[in-house]
Design a protein around this ligand. Structure first.
Ligand SMILES: [Zn+2]
Length: 650
């Protein structure tokens, strides 16, 4: 069989070096992102690329930084038309590297034009749009992306505000958003990919430190480089943050300065949509983060303990992940596959630090933090897949991960995030123990993220050996063995050493875990089923559908199946409360018999369980140092009380 790719490979590879050399010395690519169709969930781009006549290979971004995996090819980038001097140019997609496009620039061509459309299903609403530039980017293949110059322009709908870390070169006032066309300073493809645009009609920008407020020097730690939060909402009210939340965010900036003793941005923008419409989460960048949360996440104090640390996590990535990056993730362009073996540092350490900062700045109390730690420790201890694969394997495997709830506990998912919380709590408390509390994780961070002081945005890669060497500078120890045992070896039980060195132990009681209740109400709109994971071994939704069955649990012994639906509990029609009452009664002799539907079949299932309700908590180990309390104490004063409304803390 003749492979179209083989032919094209031979044809194009011989020309690649010559054509990319021309790019390196050419004027910038110009890209105009037209977001005026965002309410219809379409983005458009006009791209002008300087080229020489002859073969040209352009590429989409395949491996997306921060996603730790490939984007979905041939999915949402559509409507591609190439032209030069007014003539349409035919193109050929590479049939091995599906992100690449081959074409021939006719004689006399100096500029190749590309028109691109993007289906922005999950990134645009009638009220706002989020552009990650890889959604519209086509650029020369084969070059380091930091060597490709590009000058961006954004066209937003009338009266929409625009927030980004890009530097505008045409007049733009975030306090009086007008929409329309804004030109930004020329940069590189690497920086553009790292600088998303958020735009919307319901917009408010809040300065979070002295530099952002324009206060003259001298400025204290965390105050020199301006930091803002740019909020976009479904409604004008959604874009208004409570004064206490703004105060917590200001406190986050000073706490991060105390923790990291450096900055690696010229300015920083928390870009945030507060919307009723998922997906929720965050994507990190050097000088900004693209965050999405439900409005309730910042409007009630209970939900703030879940939503707030998302912002602290993404902010932390400016230091850990963007500036310091595992060598396997620091690729020269977005075609080279990323290797995720050190994601337990990139994401795991960030998760630990983000939650610690969340406690220090006021998003969560010390009790909230312990409730969170109990929740993840119990969840991980009850993840049966830990019996066959290591934490490191969950990191390596993530680039090929395709999720789903059925038997998720036996497969494991992105466990290197919460496992990282516990591994790095272990490192922190071990450093405190080894040095009689004279040193802790701050001393490691002073080397790891601040060893060369503050810098503009740049990537400084590291290896496992360098990580170990930095820790040995703080306190000599066999850190390589420490991580080998905890991260690289299959461990049937969760690592609770950090919790116990911190003065607490994991226990189960019949009192619901507060963090899990807050997460359920904030992110599931209160529609989650009652938590019977640690008792029966079932993940349920409010309709009684079984998301997962914990391997080794009473539900597993009863041969229940993910995807089945519970119709009745002890002959009463299923509801979360009916199930909760039945589990409660097992402690005093109650039985649990379910009526279960599996596609066309209905059957009765008895679960042999007698332990009552079971939820995780941390319990103090008396007579030991309370390092967990120390870890969550703020290092800097909270902002002045006049900024906070009196009823904000419940
Ligand atoms: Zn992260």
């Amino acid at each position: 069989m003749t492979s179209r790719a083989c032919i094209s490979r031979v044809l194009w590879s011989s020309f690649l070096f010559a054509s990319t050399l021309a790019y390196a010395q050419a004027p910038p690519i110009r890209i105009t992102a037209d977001l005026t169709d965002a309410p219809r969930r379409l983005f458009h781009a006009e791209i002008d690329l300087p080229v020489q006549p002859g073969p040209v290979t352009l590429t989409e971004a395949a491996w997306i930084p921060g996603q730790h995996s490939q984007g979905f090819v041939e999915n949402d980038i559509i409507g591609i038309v190439f032209s030069a001097n007014g003539q349409t140019i035919p193109w050929l997609r590479d049939d091995v590297d599906l992100y690449e496009f081959h074409l021939t620039a006719p004689p006399g061509t100096t500029t190749l034009h590309a028109h691109v459309d993007y289906i922005a299903n999950r990134k645009a609403t009638p009220e706002f749009a989020v552009l990650e530039w890889e959604d519209l980017l086509l650029y020369p293949a084969g070059l380091p992306v930091r060597q490709i110059a590009i000058q961006p322009t954004v066209v937003a709908p009338k009266n929409w505000g625009i927030a980004t870390s890009l530097r505008p070169i045409s007049p733009y006032d975030p306090r009086h958003p007008a929409g329309g066309t804004v030109h930004y300073a020329a940069t590189t493809v690497e920086t553009l990919e790292d600088s998303p645009i958020m735009t919307g009609i319901n917009y408010k920008e809040y300065p979070l430190n002295a530099a952002a407020r324009g206060v003259a020097a001298p400025l204290g730690p965390g105050q020199q480089k301006p930091v803002y939060i740019d909020v976009f909402g479904d409604t004008p009210e959604d874009a208004l943050l409570r004064p206490s939340v703004v105060a917590d965010l200001e406190h986050l900036v000073t706490e991060a300065a105390a923790m990291y003793s450096s900055t690696h941005y010229e300015s920083y923008h928390f870009l945030l949509t507060l919307t009723k419409f998922p997906p929720y989460g965050g994507l990190e960048h050097h000088e900004s983060s693209d965050n999405s949360l439900p409005p309730v996440a910042l409007t009630t104090n209970a939900a703030l303990q879940v939503g707030g640390p998302v912002l602290a996590h993404e902010y932390t990535h400016s230091w850990n992940g963007k500036y310091r990056r595992p060598a396997g993730l620091a690729t020269p362009n977005y075609t080279v596959p990323m290797r995720g073996d050190l994601l337990w540092v990139y994401e795991g350490l960030t998760d630990y630090l983000g939650n610690v900062l969340g406690a220090r700045c006021g998003f969560m109390s010390g009790n909230d933090y312990r409730s969170y730690v109990a929740s993840i420790a119990a969840e991980l201890d009850n993840t049966s897949g830990r019996r066959w694969r290591s934490i490191e394997d969950t990191a390596v495997g993530i680039s090929g991960y395709r999720g789903g709830s059925a038997w998720a506990n036996w497969r494991r998912g992105a466990d290197y995030y919460p496992e990282g919380d516990l591994v790095w709590l272990d490192v922190d408390t071990t450093l405190r123990k080894l040095t009689n509390d004279r040193k802790n994780l701050h001393d490691f961070l002073a080397i790891f993220v601040a060893g060369k002081g503050s810098t503009p945005p740049r990537i400084v890669p590291y290896t496992f050996d360098e990580l170990v060497a930095d820790l040995n500078q703080v306190a000599p120890y066999d850190w390589a063995k420490f991580f080998q045992e905890r991260v690289y070896t299959v461990q049937p039980h969760v690592n609770v050493e950090g919790i116990e060195q911190g003065g607490w132990r994991l226990v189960y009681t019949d009192k619901p875990n507060e963090y899990e209740e807050a997460a359920s109400s904030a992110f599931s709109h209160g529609l989650a089923g009652d938590n019977v994971w640690f008792s029966l071994g079932l993940k349920l939704n409010a309709q009684g559908e079984i998301g997962d069955v914990r391997v080794g649990s009473p539900a597993d012994a009863a041969r229940l199946v993910p995807g089945e639906k519970i119709l009745a509990v002890n002959r009463t029609v299923y509801s979360s409360d009916v199930m909760k009452d039945a589990v409660h009664a097992t402690k005093t002799g109650g039985a649990i018999t379910l009526m279960v539907q599996n596609d066309l079949h209905v059957r009765s299932v008895a679960i042999d369980y007698h332990g009552g309700e079971r939820y995780p908590h941390l319990e103090r180990i008396s007579g030991t140092p309370d390092y967990l309390d120390e870890v969550t104490k703020p290092l800097t004063p909270a902002p002045p009380a006049e900024n906070q409304e009196p009823e904000s803390r419940q």
